[in-house]
Design a protein around this ligand. Structure first.
Ligand SMILES: C[S@@+](CC[C@H](N)C(=O)[O-])C[C@H]1O[C@@H](n2cnc3c(N)ncnc32)[C@H](O)[C@@H]1O
Length: 240
């Protein structure tokens, strides 16, 4: 759960409700990094998922998930399992996987390490708190088709959701740099949360660049500067 969010298995936060909206009806859901198991409880109670697995690697959240599922009377429908990433799943057990509320690089490392468990999975609903670029790159490199994206603000924080489907032979593809960074669908929509996020990111990079120009320059710094300038120009082009 993110700080400031108020929710339970009856009512989800705006962020998790948006994740739930992309889970296909009658899914066999696996929610990895489930914490209190709010999402699987909500989905099973509301007929979105037939059954679910809540995976957690840390003892405290794992216990919270167990308690929540028991209190909700859903033990016959939701299996709470302790383990790292997708290792809690048997092959073909889930057809939709949600991974929410973590950094994009952690989400991609969970997917990468758990690749063998992805056969039979039709949809990934991924909600990186930061580093959505890593998630998009992983989807493209592994042939997962990005079919929806959403960006929203809740309690002063901005969240992105990336929905990717297994389509056909899952051939790797490339996304242009701006789409990789900012999202192919989000770029088209350019909603208020999107503008707010990228205006703030651009400002942050500009500050970093200013502090760098005062510092001693070496090859590594020069590369970093180039990278920042490139990112700023991508964002400016999209926002204009
Ligand atoms: C910030 S919480 C997010 C909880 C919930 N998914 C949400 O979006 O509100 C992240 C959870 O992921 C769990 N986690 C982190 N790495 C994990 C991994 N490799 N496998 C399973 N769970 C993991 C953490 O223990 C933590 O409970």
């Amino acid at each position: 759960m993110q700080s400031g969010e108020k929710m339970n298995s009856e009512k989800l936060s705006k962020r998790l409700a948006a994740v739930a909206a992309y889970i296909p009806k009658q899914a066999r859901l696996a929610d990895i990094g489930s914490d209190h198991a709010y999402l699987p409880c909500y989905c099973v109670k509301n007929g979105i998922a037939d059954r679910a697995i809540a995976g957690e690697v840390v003892e405290g959240p794992y216990r919270s998930a167990l308690n929540r599922v028991e209190k909700a009377g859903l033990k016959h429908k939701i299996a709470v399992r302790k383990g790292n990433g997708l290792e809690v799943l048997s092959p073909q057990e889930a057809d939709c996987i949600t991974i929410a509320g973590m950094g994009g690089s952690l989400i991609t490392s969970i997917l990468e390490r758990g690749k063998a468990k992805l056969s039979g999975v039709k949809r990934l609903v991924l909600q990186p708190n930061v580093g959505a670029v890593f998630v998009r790159r992983w989807c493209a490199e592994n042939g997962w088709q990005i079919v929806h994206e959403e960006i929203l603000e809740e309690d002063g924080k901005i969240y992105e959701i990336i929905v990717a489907d297994a389509v056909g032979e899952r051939r790797p593809y490339q996304l242009p740099a701006a789409e990789l960074l900012m999202g192919p669908f989000l770029i088209k929509e350019k909603n208020q949360a999107f503008r707010k996020k990228w205006t703030a990111e651009k400002r942050k990079w500009q500050h970093i660049l200013e502090s760098m120009s005062e510092a001693h320059t070496n090859a590594e710094l020069a590369d970093k500067k180039k990278e920042l300038l490139h990112a700023i120009s991508l964002v400016e082009e999209v926002l204009q």
